[in-house]
Ligand binder design. Sequence first.
Ligand code: FAD
Length: 326
Amino acid sequence: MSVLVFVEGLNGEIKKSSLEAASYGSQVAQQLGTTATAVAIGEVQEDALARLGEQGISRVLYDADSRLNQFVADAYVKVIAKAAQQENAKVLVFSNSNIGAAVGSKLAVRLNGALATNVTSLPKTDGGQFVVTRGVFSGKAFADVNLAADVKIIAVKKNAFEITQTAGNTATVEKLSAELSDADFAAAPKETVMQDTEGGVLLQEAEIVVSGGRGLKGPENWHLVEDLAKALGAATACSKPVSDLDWRPHHEHVGQTGITVSPNLYIAIGISGAIQHLAGVNSSKVIVVINKDPEAPFFKAADYGIVGDAFEIVPKLIEAAKALDK
Ligand code: FAD
């Protein structure tokens, strides 16, 4: 029996959220007295796969079929299921990313497994149980669930676990072929278009996000968000009304009906902090809120709050960030 971690690649490297999943999977393996193997799909460089040893992964199975370079749910599920079968894996670990969530549910059906998404704890295995804690109601509450099926599938919440690092440890990389047929790619995207990103930072993967709301009054003032983002090497985001008003493109809208982000630092400028907005940002490690209304609900979720006029505060932050860079 082993623990199998599914890792996703981006531009040849392993995504940060997958490194978190690998660290989590290795700890679960240690708890169960077994080893953690990873299965990687798509365009990832071999040395990046070997470096998964630093997160405690002993072997990496890699399917290099170039048709897998873009996400196709059925094909990905087939590859992961093949790896799980080959390794006799009873615990499967993913990141709770869009891809992780999409393959997790399909795999649970295929392997007759029990799936827990948005997981925030290591399992408790007393008395033959396998209990994990998961965030529910947009992170407002937690639920403990016992994964009673033979195969347990865990999608780990982004930013909930540290990336463990044992420098110098390498994993062995082995080829895996799931013998995919054209039928496995029947529902493949025709084309993948990468988002047009300000300064080249992809919002979902950004370590720092600078986000603006209706408090910025209009698109003509967005240079404040952009300049601060540029000075910090951050991605830009916005609240829903801002994209509804066409001040910013829809792919920047974060929240319950937009993108979920979990950066190390989220800076909210002129955003009230409605529950629907918080749903997409509340797993950020540090939240800084700039709002002129001291009663704005966002302050309750903030680690640092600045009460004041964004048009006075943000230019000073930009200057300070630029000075840091020098
Ligand atoms: P406002 O609520 O208008 O807040 C503007 C803030 O700016 C205020 O707090 C004000 O004090 C402050 N301000 C004004 N001037 C300044 C200044 N000069 N300096 C500093 N601060 C200033 N919203 C999302 O964002 N994402 C979602 O995914 C989302 N999904 C939704 C789904 C549903 C079903 C519904 C019903 C709503 C959803 N909403 C979503 C909308 C959400 O309820 C809020 O209406 C929205 O988040 C408010 O956006 P805002 O904070 O930019 O604007």
